[in-house]
Design a protein around this ligand. Sequence first.
Ligand SMILES: Cc1cc2nc3c(=O)[nH]c(=O)nc-3n(C[C@H](O)[C@H](O)[C@H](O)COP(=O)(O)O)c2cc1C
Length: 185
Amino acid sequence: MSQPRIGLLSGSTRKASMNRKLVAATAHIFTDAGAKIDIIDLSDYDMPLYNGDYEDENGVPDAAHHLIKTLIACDGVFIATPEYNGCMPPLLKNTIDWMSRVGLEQFSRPIYAIGAASPGPLSGIMALRQLHFILARLGAHTVPTQLGVGSYGKAFDDEGRFADERTAARATKLATQMLNAISRS
Ligand SMILES: Cc1cc2nc3c(=O)[nH]c(=O)nc-3n(C[C@H](O)[C@H](O)[C@H](O)COP(=O)(O)O)c2cc1C
């Protein structure tokens, strides 16, 4: 099989985002496992807040079409989500909602994996649950291992890798599940 292509995206575009750091650390794991990685920055796919009147007048934003193309070109996609008030953030939900207006191949074709970074000890588990639900509803296969990184001040080392062996081992398990699912599909 040719080298699998893995897209990784953060549901926060904040400069110092910990979910961006989670994406970067997970990207190291996939690179070490032999995958080709593509960091997908949602700042490059700016979309207005979904509104049906806007859609009737203007159609689906070009950015949604571009992101769909990018995701369909990936064999696997890892999404790192922040948690806002127990939910996934509006940026991620809005992006998913706009893309769903076009079709669902971007969800059903790649294999998905999810993670979350949050400052608290619970590591965004409520946002993970929501993200898992919406991906399943849209036809995505999501690998069983999820990557929750809590108390994130200590999560990453100076090179942007996971500082803690247990988290690195969990990320490796997630990557292995995804790469195995890709090779079976
Ligand atoms: C509106 C808002 C609500 C938040 N609610 C939660 C929450 O429910 N659980 C949690 O663990 N962190 C919560 N946080 C803290 C975020 O986890 C924290 O700001 C985190 O750094 C955001 O992710 P980022 O660093 O990738 O931008 C909230 C932050 C904001 C701005």
